[in-house]
Every structure is written in C-alpha cells, then in structure tokens.
Design a protein around this ligand. Structure first.
Ligand code: BEZ
Length: 250
C-alpha cells in the first residue's frame, strides 16, 4: 500500500498522540537500544529517543521514512518489512504502535520481534483489537452482502487471548494485556471521514472508481448516526485498542 505521508501527518496526528503513554509502559532507559517497528513519520521514535535510548526505526514506506529522518534526526532508519527484518538479538526493547494490524501472518511478525530482542528484552505494542472500527467495517460489509460479494477483513484485529497465544508461541512471556475502546475524533470537519478512508481505508473500499464513490456515499450515510458528532461537527472512528507488554525470557 502507498502511504500519503503528508496527509497522514497533517490530519492524523491522533495516531501517534494517543500512542505517547505507550512509551511509559516500555520505560526506555538512556543507552538502551530500542527498535520502533513500523515507525511511520517518526513522532514516537523521536519521543523514544528523547529518553536517551538509541533508536532504530523500520518502516516499509520510503515516504514515511523520509519524514521520520527529519522528525527524529538522532534515530537510525531502515526501510524494511518487519516480516523480513533480520534482527539478531541486539535490542533491549521493541516498540510498535498502530502497525501490527496491517501485517500478516502475525506469527511471523512475532517471531521477527522476538529474534530482534536480547534475552530479557521487552516488547510493548498497541494495535487495533477485536471489534476495532466495527461500525465502518460493518457498513462496508453490509453493502457487499447486498451485492452478493464476500465480506472484507483487510486488517488483523485480535483479542487478548488470541494475540497472547501468538506471542507465547513465539517464545514471549506476556506480562500485561488490555483491550479498550477509544472513540477517536477525526480532524477536518465534514471531510474527516473521507480523509481517514483515503489514508487508511484503501483495502476496505477497493474497487472501480464509480463503485468506490457510490459505496463511500452509502457508508457515510449509514455510519453518520453513530460516528458523526453534530455538537463538534466532527467525525469519529470507534477504535478499540489492544495493548500488550511481553518479555523475552532471560
Ligand atoms: C487503526 O489504527 O486502528 C486502524 C488504522 C487503519 C485502518 C484500520 C484500523
């Protein structure tokens, strides 16, 4: 998928703003080596680096990394797909925010994060959890069902038990897990939902331009009662986050 780094940064800062307290869960220390898996435009990488840790950010998008190098000049950045990342036990911590729901198979992603950590190393991740963005995904699938097309599940949104199992199979000890709702306001007023779908919703509304335009119109009206807040004149997405901390045994 091609990422629009400037639209992502201008209108979707909630992605990294809401990830800030995740850093406290990792508690990076000066001199520690931390891998930011799927660093995007580098805002959280920069916050990790501000703790004095030595950070490496990886991302598969060159456009995102170009921005990340500006935002976090003290970081090391590598264009890489997590599934192919050849870490060799050199990191004290692996951190990942709002990325792992894009990556399949999750088992391989877990193995790559495990391989990157030193014995005793810490993993802290947040991703979409089961039921994430259910109103939007449900509205698109209702349209597809009416048209006799199969339902789409473009993202991997596991529950606590499912993802803990994935991590444990990779060798991790899960020490903390939480699944929680985060109704997230979008910037851009009436345009907010279309912008979100433009940046993130490609695989959900994939199709001919004419079908896309009409599906978007129908989705917008179907979800409006639940996702548009008339008081603030803003769209919201019904995010549900899965937050997990785990350890590679010493
Ligand atoms: C999320 O961060 O939860 C998300 C982002 C894009 C598509 C779906 C979910």
């Amino acid at each position: 998928m091609e990422w629009n780094a400037s639209l992502y940064d201008q209108r979707h800062s909630f992605v990294w703003r809401s990830g800030e307290d995740l850093i406290a869960l990792l508690d990076p220390q000066p001199g520690e080596r931390i891998l930011d898996a799927g660093c995007g435009t580098g805002q959280l990488t920069e916050k990790l680096a501000a703790s004095g840790a030595l950070v490496t950010g990886i991302d598969s998008s060159a456009a995102m990394l170009e921005q990340a190098r500006i935002v976090c000049p003290q970081g090391a950045f590598v264009q890489a797909d997590l599934l192919e990342f050849e870490g060799r036990g050199e990191f004290d911590g692996v951190f990942s925010n709002a990325v792992l729901h894009w990556i399949r198979p999750p088992e391989r992603a877990a193995q790559r994060m495990y391989a990157a950590l030193k014995p005793g190393g810490r993993l802290v991740i947040e991703m979409g959890g089961t039921g994430n963005a259910a109103t939007l995904v449900g509205a698109v699938n209702a349209i597809l069902a009416e048209e006799g097309q199969p339902a789409r599940e473009p993202w991997y949104f596991p529950g606590i038990g499912e993802y803990s199992h994935v991590l444990e199979e990779a060798g991790f000890e899960v020490v903390y897990a939480m699944l929680f709702d985060r109704m997230t306001p979008l910037e851009g007023g009436e345009e907010g939902l279309d912008n979100w779908l433009k940046v993130f919703g490609g695989p959900l509304l994939d199709g001919e331009p004419q079908w896309r335009a009409s599906a978007l119109e129908r989705v917008r009206e179907a979800v409006r009662p639940r996702l548009f807040d008339p008081d603030s004149a803003a769209w919201r997405v019904d995010y549900r986050r899965l937050r997990i901390a785990a350890r590679k045994p010493a």
